[in-house]
Design a protein around this ligand. Structure first.
Ligand code: SF4
Ligand code: SF4
Length: 139
């Protein structure tokens, strides 16, 4: 078995955005995104964010996808939330080869390109744990 993971994001693909599930963001993500779309963080939060006790997530109207998704990709790409930026290097996927392989069914970039050493992949994934401590402390 290879001691690493292959991944290269595929040009023009939006499959990981055009899917079910929530997009969580950190406070820093929110400030960056707000600045990018020329809103204050408070305005951005009111318009786009649902805040729970421990988490922030993008509002997703029923039956529709992320409000920043366009046919050619993410309209806030340079400042997209941490979970979007790090996908598919999420701790649960990096740690489990069969989940990683399953995820390839919805991410055509998995299995493509240069081999990324497992230590590097784990280091990338650890940013998720730091960004979303309440989520990963439950693991
Ligand atoms: S914020 Fe951007 S990258 Fe994240 S789900 Fe929405 S469109 Fe996709
Ligand atoms: S599904 Fe995979 S290849 Fe497609 S945009 Fe997302 S990360 Fe890139």
């Amino acid at each position: 078995m290879e001691e690493g993971l292959r991944f290269t994001c595929q040009k023009g693909c939006i499959k990981c955005c055009d899917t079910r599930g929530y997009v969580y963001l950190t406070e820093e993500d929110m400030v960056r995104a707000a600045t990018f779309v020329e809103l204050t963080p408070a305005e951005f939060e009111t318009r786009y964010v649902y805040r729970t006790k421990h988490l922030l997530r993008l509002r997703k109207p029923k039956g529709s996808q992320c409000r920043f998704l366009r046919s050619d990709g993410c309209s806030i790409h340079p400042v997209k939330p941490t979970q979007c930026r790090l996908f598919p290097f999420w701790p649960e996927l990096v740690a489990d080869r069969s989940l990683w392989r399953d995820t390839a069914r919805r991410c055509p970039g998995i299995g493509q390109g240069n081999l990324i050493q497992i230590g590097t992949a784990t280091e990338i994934a650890s940013e998720m744990e730091r960004a979303y401590p309440t989520t990963y402390s439950r693991c």
